[in-house]
Design a protein. Sequence first.
Length: 147
Amino acid sequence: MPKPISISVTTSLPEVWDDPIFTLTQAAALLAQPHHHLLLAEDEHQQVSGHLLLQAVPTMQADILTLYVSPAHRRHGSARALVQQALALAKAQKCQGLTLEVAATNTAAITLYQACGLQHIGTRPSYYRNPVSDTKADALVWAVSFA
């Protein structure tokens, strides 16, 4: 499997958008707003392997709104590269820190966020709902401070 070789920051959406959180229309509307950035991971064949949508308002807390890596590219460094670039961008934008939410059941993402220096700061009970099984999962809030 090709590894990610580049991360780019853009306001243009890729041709293929498979994000489970935001539709293409919703992502485009967010990117039209100030302080929203789309980070794209591309593999050695210049195919998009994943994306991260970041809100980074200077002097405020940055937020990762969504992080998605295509199933074929998972476990090959795309998510780590995207999170590291988001942290660097938030610092460059003079943000105070960065936060995100993740399902308590997403152990791979939790391990990644710990490795990137984020800390668990809170829980939102029954925050996520699975429409297929009608079950709920807690959201864990993770953050890092740049102060």
